[in-house]
Design a binder for this molecule. Structure first.
Ligand code: 6R9
Length: 654
């Protein structure tokens, strides 16, 4: 990087009062962690988390990489997020401002959220759900969704939220893998003015078999439209909670007790159930919400993620509540009724901290360029003080637009790098301390020993790219892959990396500033609109269309709006189709993938070939497919290719 990059220093007024105020304060925290890693985390765990039984030991690394944090302490996450705030006098403070798809607004105070949570918790208990049981939650953005998560935490049940866009097959796989005792869902979800089924998909998922552990399905009424109810298994949530007490003694669990499982894509076929702890996770959720977003008592915080993703866990269901904050829960989509929805909501609710994904920003830039009436300049966004970005790299052009047109040039943008596995922010600016450089997630969160190494774990000098690792364990790290500790070890702690956590991303540090820039995944994981998708997962969905597909290879190609787009190369069991027929088959395959995984996994491009480029040993040469998908000329070495003629065929047909 030779050109001089634009930089943005923290606004002085914000820096003066921020929780982490100025670069010296940031450096002091990093130094404290450097000098005494466990002392630092122990101090913060005492300050930010309320313990029933205080821990006496911070870290147990005797079975590394299966680290245990605060292991002899006990706590309850829901107590920390609800009761504790009420005890501090915040009972009447608004916890959740829910805005429905159609615009109706409902406010829920901390006292009300606690009462609701306790009723659901008691309802679950009445059905025999107890500490250690798993509960799958398949619901859209709602107060019930947040309360259901809190209710599970309250009784020590481990929740696993499945994003409402996943198909019956994906849901089935997750129910089976978790061995869930109950499923919490709604009759329908409403998004963009459309009513979409949830309960019917749960029925279909259970009908696919393998879900015998499920004793009950609890159904929240959203649409009020008729849905099938299986007697003896399905119950309306309203009936389950009616008459239940609005208090429920928290189940005090050990710090390591699994708070939740969340499935995410890896480089091999099956999604992994990432297991998170209670104590360490909650600490980092609260700490990062406090420092990265500088959350204050009077802030209105809005994280636009869905509770089906990790961002919705940490920065909706837990972090802001653990700090007694007020936050928006939004049911709808950014483009309904028009692409000014986000800006209107910021104006209406006087949002002060806004956290969204680059893909949303890019699509709203496009929308504003084609229809000036939805441009943010038409809205009063003066309540904003901090902006955030998450899920994928934010390109400098989108960063500048976000900064200028949404943030009015006055709000720092925290570009937060982290993962489902990390539980919370890992590399991120702190708004009152860090000078920003568009496109860079800047510096590690204090206490996170992020570094860039080569394949053997040696540090690489700044200015030279490499593999992103975390050298020391941290409290909110993934504990294991549910039911597969060997895969956990292999995926995240490969032996050649000397006990460092392998993030799966490439990164580079600026030669002068040491700032990190994430260069993208180094494995076969794609990032489409900020959603993680495994190429193998999509390939297996394609080849599961056995009547049509002989073979498939999936790669990503850069896309202006979605970051990456899914591009599939398919060999059919019949002659290669062209023209209208090719279009029809491509549609059929897209729908098939939608059914197998969910609409988010549908390939944007499908190209048909007589075969795929392979080495003589039969390995598909994905780097060539990536070049073809991008429309690049093949300049790479193709001498090991078995069938070079295929490259022309695949490049020509679209
Ligand atoms: C929180 C979340 C994780 C992957 C991660 C990386 C990409 C996330 C990023 C980013 C560049 C950022 N990623 N944040 N890349 N800059 N600020 O997104 O979790 O769904 O597990 O995805 O997303 O590739 O490895 P998850």
């Amino acid at each position: 990087m030779t050109e001089e990059l634009k930089t943005y220093a923290p606004p002085p007024a914000l820096a003066a009062t921020a929780h982490v105020s100025g670069m010296a304060a940031y450096e002091a925290l990093c130094q404290e962690a450097e000098n005494d890693h466990t002392g630092y985390w122990g101090r913060l765990a005492r300050e930010l988390v309320s313990w029933k039984k205080p821990f006496t030991k911070v870290l147990n690394d005797s079975e590394a990489p299966f680290f245990k944090w605060f292991e002899d302490g006990t706590l309850n996450a829901s107590y920390n997020c609800l009761d504790r705030n009420i005890e501090r006098g915040l009972g009447d403070k608004t916890a959740l401002i829910f805005e429905a798809d159609g615009g109706e607004v409902t406010k829920t105070t901390y006292a009300e959220l606690l009462a609701k949570t306790c009723q659901i918790a008691n309802g679950l208990k009445s059905l025999g759900v107890a500490k250690g049981d798993r509960v799958v939650i398949y619901i859209s953005m709602s107060v019930d969704g947040v309360a259901a998560m809190q209710a599970c935490a309250r009784i020590g049940a481990t929740h696993s939220v499945v994003f409402g866009g996943f198909s019956a097959q994906s849901l089935r796989d997750r129910i089976e893998d978790t061995g869930a005792k109950a499923v919490i869902t709604a009759d329908h979800q409403i998004r963009g003015g459309k009513q979409l089924p949830l309960k019917a998909i749960v029925d279909e998922a259970i009908g696919l078999g393998g879900c015998d552990t499920v004793k009950n399905v609890l159904v929240v009424k959203r649409s009020g439209a008729e849905v099938a109810m299986t007697a003896g298994r399905d119950l309306w949530m309203a009936d389950v909670v009616s008459g239940q007490p609005t208090t429920c003694e928290p189940e005090w669990v050990e710090a390591e007790h699994p708070l939740f499982l969340l499935y995410t894509s890896g480089s091999t076929g099956k999604p992994k159930g990432v297991q998170h702890s209670t104590g360490g996770y909650l600490l980092h959720a609260a700490l990062t919400t406090k420092w990265t977003f500088d959350l204050r008592a009077d802030d209105i915080f809005w994280c636009t993620a869905d509770i089906g993703w990790v961002t919705g866990h940490t920065y909706i269901a837990y972090g802001p509540l653990a700090l007694g904050g007020t936050e928006i829960v939004f049911e709808g989509v950014p483009t309904y009724p028009d692409a000014g929805r986000f800006w209107k909501m910021i104006q209406d609710h006087k949002v002060s901290i806004f956290y969204t994904a680059p893909t949303a920003i890019r699509s709203l830039i496009k929308a504003a360029e084609t229809n000036d009436t939805v441009h943010p300049k038409h809205y009063d966004l003066s309540s904003l003080r901090i902006l955030g970005s998450v899920g994928e790299p934010i390109n400098p052009a989108a960063w500048e637009w976000y900064h200028h047109h949404v943030g009015g040039g006055r709000c720092p943008i925290v570009d937060t790098f982290w993962q489902t596995e990390t539980g919370g922010h890992m590399i991120t600016p702190l708004p009152g301390a860090t000078t920003l450089v568009p496109g860079s997630c800047t510096l590690p969160f204090p206490g996170i020993s992020a570094a860039i190494v080569d394949e053997t774990g040696n540090d690489v000098p700044n200015g030279q790219g490499g593999i992103l690792v975390v050298k020391k364990p941290w409290p909110s790290m993934i504990r294991t892959i549910w039911g597969d500790p060997a895969r956990f070890k292999k995926s995240y702690y490969p032996s050649e990396l000397r006990g460092y956590y392998l993030a799966g991303d490439g990164a580079i540090r600026d030669a002068k500033t040491g700032y990190f820039t994430i260069t993208g995944r180094i494995d076969d994981v794609l990032n489409v609109s900020g959603h993680r998708m495994g190429t193998m997962e999509i390939e297996s969905a394609l080849v599961s269309c056995t009547e049509l597909v002989a073979e498939a290879a999936v790669v990503g190609r850069p896309d202006d709006t979605t970051g990456e787009a899914i591009c599939a190369f398919v060999v059919l069991k019949r002659p290669r189709p062209t023209g209208e027929e090719a279009k029809a088959i491509a549609k059929q395959l897209r729908d098939h993938v939608g059914k197998e995984i969910g609409p988010i996994a549908k390939p944007k491009d499908i190209r048909f070939g007589d075969n795929l480029p392979k080495t003589r040993s039969g390995k598909i040469m994905r780097r060539l497919l990536r070049a073809i998908a991008k429309g690049e000329a093949i300049t790479q070495d193709t001498s090991t290719l078995e069938n070079p003629a295929i490259l022309d065929q695949l490049s020509q047909n679209n």
